[in-house]
Design a protein around this ligand. Sequence first.
Ligand SMILES: Cc1ncc(COP(=O)(O)O)c(C=O)c1O
Length: 388
Amino acid sequence: MDIKQIDNTYVAETYARFPLEIAKGEGCIAYDENGKSYIDLGSGIAANAFGYADKVWADAVSRQANSVQHTSNLYYCAPGAKLAQLLCEKTGMKKVFFANSGAEANECAIKTARRWAFKKYGDESHAGIITLVNSFHGRTITTLAATGQDTFHTEFGPFTPGFYYAPADDASAVRKLAEENGCCAVMMELVQGEGGVNALSKEFVADVLEIAKEHDLLIIIDEIQTGNGRTGKLYAWMHYGFTPDIMSTAKGLGGGLPIGACLMGEKVENVMTPGSHGSTFGGNPVCCAGALSIIERLDDALMDEVCKKSEYIINELTGAKGVNSVTGMGLMLGIDTVRPAKEVLMGCMERGVLVLTAKTKVRLLPPLNIPFESLKKAISILKEELAK
Ligand SMILES: Cc1ncc(COP(=O)(O)O)c(C=O)c1O
């Protein structure tokens, strides 16, 4: 049996895989088992922030793997402490809880908000959390409950209670839910990724901040896909001119290793106490060493480059044949296509370019440091496929 047959036989069928085995990678280029190359505009769904086998990241990871690969959380270990310090210094947040994935980072965000409310009110009367229709917050039972998309809910109930959904960009719906339910937080992605790469409007976000103030709600921002330089700033909330009370992130943070983080602001920095939350592998030294090497390099010069590449893609594709619209921010872009997005994806793959889809759109999440030449080549192939 070849790898595809073995995988199809033994790996649980939760993924509809494309007929492509990635055997090797270097920068933005993936190679299949026959050596055919592909310009990868998906980055493992925004995880490989600096592409495949990035030298600085790989060196940091292997140095740490050759020293201490894991301790328990009963002991101090440098990489997690240094990463938490760097994240707090760069964001103004106060404390960090490390998890292993985006969903787990969100679990921590939800638990933190609920405990904050419990300590404040002395009971569960304000456990509600308002999230948005079309959001995506993860696959655990609670983060599925937070996810405002029915398709993910079918056949997995019952769910964690206490989540209320408002349409994105409908502030009056958020207000109504806050008035009618005992809530502690509003949780949202500033660019809904899986929901179709749609950025929330600045007006809506400003209104939500106002409603939160009036109803004493925490603001939880899910930066799992948008975070770590993806939108052209370190975190997407930096485009909107406010600081959240709680922020979750994952994906690009680890540069391709599994790590999630829940960052806690001033209001909630002391909510979690010893024993209130934990994770065996949370803050794993190898993952944290890799993440440090990523976050250290997300400077203004790189963010400028992300913005320039974003502009290039938007200019090339807006109004191009076969394109209805381009949405998103930075290097997190969605293309509303005339042809079915899946057909465009398959056509691109055939011609050595990997793209993603989100709902009915083609989605692009290239490595932040993709060379301009590779980007130009990939976009010209994509344009031809879009125009067919
Ligand atoms: C916005 C958002 N939140 C949460 C998640 C869940 O992250 P993970 O798959 O690492 O659990 C995702 C994954 O796509 C995401 O895009």
